[in-house]
Design a binder for this molecule. Structure first.
Ligand code: SAM
Length: 274
């Protein structure tokens, strides 16, 4: 493997001070920084007196820009990939670049650092396994499937949402998960940082007369095993899995894992849907 390296460098999601010493060192030392918005990255670099060559790497031009960055790596140039904020590839572009760089034998190093999903999860106080689903799905049927999964799984679900859509999304969640505890994390590490924790209904009540602004990350607490799980929800999830090509045996395994219910009970419910 060559010693040429593609560094993945997280940047602050609000507070400029949240950049690591190592991130600054790498940003200073590499030959070029690939970034989404060059103006935004230049501002960050200026705050730390770093003068670097930048190459833009946005999602819509990802395929085109990848070849230029791969050429630089092939010439032995070290490259740092940053996104506008937070950790690259966490709902941000970069996957094509990383897989192709790896295919060329380029070393990939990931620096730990700011990430809204992880900061929100940590502040929620919800401990245990979680699923990160990126941005909440826009398409109604996909959103509904996601909510069904949330109602069954004991994993917490972390997602990103725009402030303009958050009320609509909470109301959709409220239809099936009104009593479920959620944590709405807003403006993490910024002046108006706040965490609203409560049932979906309580959070809707608290927000209903407010204009939501700023960046939002949501966490829906996983289903607790004592919670009575509606059989119709299990049937709906089984139907979804069947349509996605899962065998009956796999459906039994997935639902047992997701609900924490006994295999026999799930088996009985599945028998009813044939
Ligand atoms: N890669 C980034 C990361 O590691 O957090 C996420 C990029 S994604 C395009 C942007 C979304 O992250 C925002 O729409 C919002 O949902 C969430 N987000 C970013 N900064 C945030 C903050 N300071 N507070 C709460 N959520 C934030």
């Amino acid at each position: 493997m060559s010693s040429t390296t593609l560094f993945l460098v997280p940047t602050p999601i609000g507070n400029l001070g949240d950049i690591t010493l190592r991130a600054l060192e790498v940003l200073r030392d590499v030959d070029v920084i690939a970034c989404e918005d060059t103006r935004r990255t230049r501002k960050l670099l200026a705050a730390y007196n770093i003068h670097q060559s930048l190459i833009s790497y946005e999602r819509f031009s990802e395929t085109k820009k990848v070849s230029r960055i791969l050429e630089l790596l092939a010439e032995g140039k070290n490259v740092a990939l940053v996104s506008d904020a937070g950790t690259p590839l966490i709902s941000d572009p970069g996957s094509i670049l990383i897989s192709q760089a790896r295919n060329m034998g380029i070393r990939v190093e990931s620096l730990p650092g700011p990430c809204a999903a992880i900061a929100a999860l940590s502040a929620s106080g919800f401990e245990g396994p979680f699923r990160f689903i990126g941005f909440f799905p826009r398409q109604k049927s996909v959103a509904q499937r996601e909510i069904t999964r949330m109602s069954l799984t004991s994993d917490h679900t972390v997602f990103y949402e725009s402030p303009h859509r958050i009320m609509e999304t909470l109301e959709l969640l409220g239809l099936s998960l009104g009593d479920r505890t959620v944590c709405l994390a807003r403006e993490i590490s910024k002046i108006h940082e706040e965490y609203i924790v409560g049932s979906v209904r309580e959070v809707i009540e608290r927000l209903k007369d407010r204009k939501m602004i700023g960046e939002v990350t949501m966490i829906v607490h996983g289903s607790s095993q004592e919670e009575a799980i509606d059989e119709t929800v299990i049937k709906q999830r089984a139907d979804d899995l069947l349509r996605s090509g899962f065998s009956k045996k796999d459906i039994l395994r997935v639902l047992t894992e997701e609900t924490g219910m006994g295999r026999n009970r799930i088996y009985d419910i599945l028998l009813k849907i044939g």
